[in-house]
Design a protein around this ligand. Structure first.
Ligand code: B1M
Length: 226
């Protein structure tokens, strides 16, 4: 299989929610390789992990997202796609881990309260770990107080907030306000599909980036070059 064919198949398996070879779902793909095997094969063949991620895993998820917006697929389809995507991300993790020998600092990350989306947050975590940060992952549906408690245990840590729903962006605002009130000097980074630089400025966060690389570059500029 060519590199192009393999990433296209990974994207298709994410779209269809085909996790691995043993998965019985979807029935018409029973016995075929899934995201887990195809991602492993792509990496074993020397393919750039960033290409596998963007042209395979993320491309497949983007198709699902667009179909969901048009009511062509439904929540169970999203769940299966997310499960398949996570299976691929598990395979990619070692490739993104390699730069983690000496930590640049501690980064506390979580998806804000009320929000259960964690694929993007997990990607940010993996890429930060790969870029040399020690990352403490608070998971999803994280109340403002939990971010604060972790920050108090890790003085000087950077905090990263992810939100995927317009309805949970308000909880990002609350979290930033609490952190500003209790530990004002903290660097707070925000991201997630519905966010904008304007929203970041409005809630008083330090940095917004549409993707993990943007956060890495901001931190390299802000902290590591000082
Ligand atoms: Co939901 N969902 N979902 N969903 N879901 C969206 C977000 C939605 C846009 C779909 C749509 O309508 N087209 C829509 C939100 C609409 C809105 O508010 N504007 C939506 C909805 C409505 C819902 C429910 C309300 C559906 C329902 O129940 N009726 C429900 C809410 C549940 C809840 O959270 N309380 C819901 C549920 C779910 C599932 C659980 C089924 C599943 C999540 C599974 C999981 O995460 N484990 C799911 C999924 C998979 C999606 C879509 C299809 C994909 C999201 C995703 O993982 N993208 C999504 C549609 C879409 O985005 N096309 C959708 C891939 C991921 C790599 O991208 O998360 O954007 P993303 O992360 C990017 C950047 O944003 C950035 O870096 C990442 C890599 O580039 N980034 C950061 C993210 N966090 C960052 C933090 C940073 C910096 C960058 O600094 C700290």
């Amino acid at each position: 299989m060519s590199d192009m064919e393999i990433v296209d198949r990974i994207a298709m398996c994410v779209e269809r929610g085909k996790v691995d070879k043993n998965a019985p779902y979807p029935p018409d793909m029973k016995g075929l390789d899934g995201v887990k095997e195809l991602t492993a094969q792509a990496l074993a063949g020397g393919m750039d992990p960033n290409i596998v991620l963007t042209c395979g895993l993320m491309a497949g998820m983007s198709v699902v997202g667009k179909k969901f917006s048009k009511n062509e697929v439904f929540v169970p389809d999203l769940l299966m796609a997310a499960k398949a995507m996570n299976a691929g991300m598990e395979q990619l993790k070692p490739a993104f881990d390699s730069g983690a020998a000496k930590h640049k600092g501690t980064f506390i990350i979580g998806t804000v309260q009320g929000d259960l989306h964690d694929i993007g947050k997990n990607l940010v975590r993996m890429m930060l770990e790969g870029a040399g940060w020690k990352v403490i992952d608070l998971g999803v549906d994280t109340p403002p107080e939990k971010f604060l408690a972790e920050l108090e245990k890790n003085p000087g840590a950077v905090v990263g907030l992810s939100a995927l729903l317009t309805t949970t962006m308000v909880n990002m605002d609350k979290t930033v306000k609490l952190i500003r009130e209790k530990v004002p000097a903290t660097i707070v980074c925000v991201g997630g599909a519905p966010l904008t630089q304007e929203f970041c400025d409005k809630i008083g966060a330090d940095a917004y980036a549409p993707d993990p690389q943007g956060i890495i570059e901001y931190l390299d500029e802000k902290i590591c070059n000082n």
